[in-house]
Design a protein. Structure first.
Length: 258
């Protein structure tokens, strides 16, 4: 079932449509940093493109867009991801990777491409669904962990297996042209937004790194070598990149110990 936005999962633990942020009181058409409460960490976008993070920061800045309670206009430059898909994309059949997604038009570096949307699940339901899968099943569940300065970790589980959008057709690559950033609009439940990591030509397949590495940095050699016990559960990677790790990224947190 197609849905452009996240929906509440079967467990009903998380309602992604709930509005809990108060919104800014800017009376202008477009908000400006240091005045707008939504831009507390500085400007998010520049001409629809995500403002690049300083290399030395080593982590992503929190991204909060203006929301339904804000007094700014719908054309505010701090409203990008919430507008949804704006590009012409095409689902196509790949040779070895099943379905894939490619762009039919040029995409500039930093431009928002699409969201990875689906059912937002609690940990227990995500764990139950993973446990029910067989080795032949495709796993669409993504687990996003955000590390806070306090040491806490925020977890978000999104499953587009039954309800989702075009993002579910994106394949993994060890040298991807997209990267994922959690973007918050109306509440602390993030939209998993995919942005262009480089200029992308029309006709190119779109991909991101399922492990979520920031800045798409090269994988350290030790991370490329899977543990012997994990080999039976891991799936081969067919991305074709020169730095291919041979296996798709592996996260054992939702699986029982073999």
């Amino acid at each position: 079932q197609y849905s452009p936005d996240n929906v509440a999962g079967a467990d009903g633990n998380v309602d992604p449509t709930e509005i809990t942020f108060p919104g800014c009181s800017c009376g202008t058409i477009s908000c400006v940093p240091h005045v707008c409460s939504c831009l507390h960490w500085g400007e998010n976008y520049n001409s629809l493109c995500l403002r690049p993070t300083e290399e030395e920061e080593g982590y992503t800045r929190p991204v909060f867009e203006c929301n339904a309670m804000c007094q700014c206009g719908e054309s505010c430059q701090n409203r990008v991801v919430q507008r949804g898909l704006q590009l012409r994309l095409e689902v196509f059949k790949t040779e070895k990777k099943g379905w894939g997604l490619r762009t039919l038009e040029f995409i500039a570096k930093g431009r928002f491409v699409c969201e990875y949307a689906g059912e937002v699940l609690g940990f227990n339901e995500a764990h139950r669904r993973i446990q029910a899968q067989t080795s032949k099943d495709s796993n669409y569940i993504i687990a996003v962990r955000e590390h806070l300065h306090s040491g806490q970790i925020l977890e978000t589980f999104v499953d587009p297996t039954y309800v989702g959008n075009v993002g579910r057709f994106l394949n993994h690559s060890c040298e991807p042209n997209l990267f994922m950033i959690p973007v918050r609009v109306d509440s602390m439940v993030p939209k998993l937004a995919l942005f262009a990591a480089t200029d992308i030509s029309a006709g190119e397949e779109l991909s991101y790194d399922y492990s979520g590495r920031f800045h798409n940095l090269p994988i350290p050699k030790r991370e490329q070598e899977p543990l012997e016990d994990d080999n039976q559960l891991r799936k081969p990677c067919y991305c074709g990149a020169t730095s291919c790790a041979s296996f798709l990224p592996w996260d054992s947190s939702l699986f029982s110990t073999p």
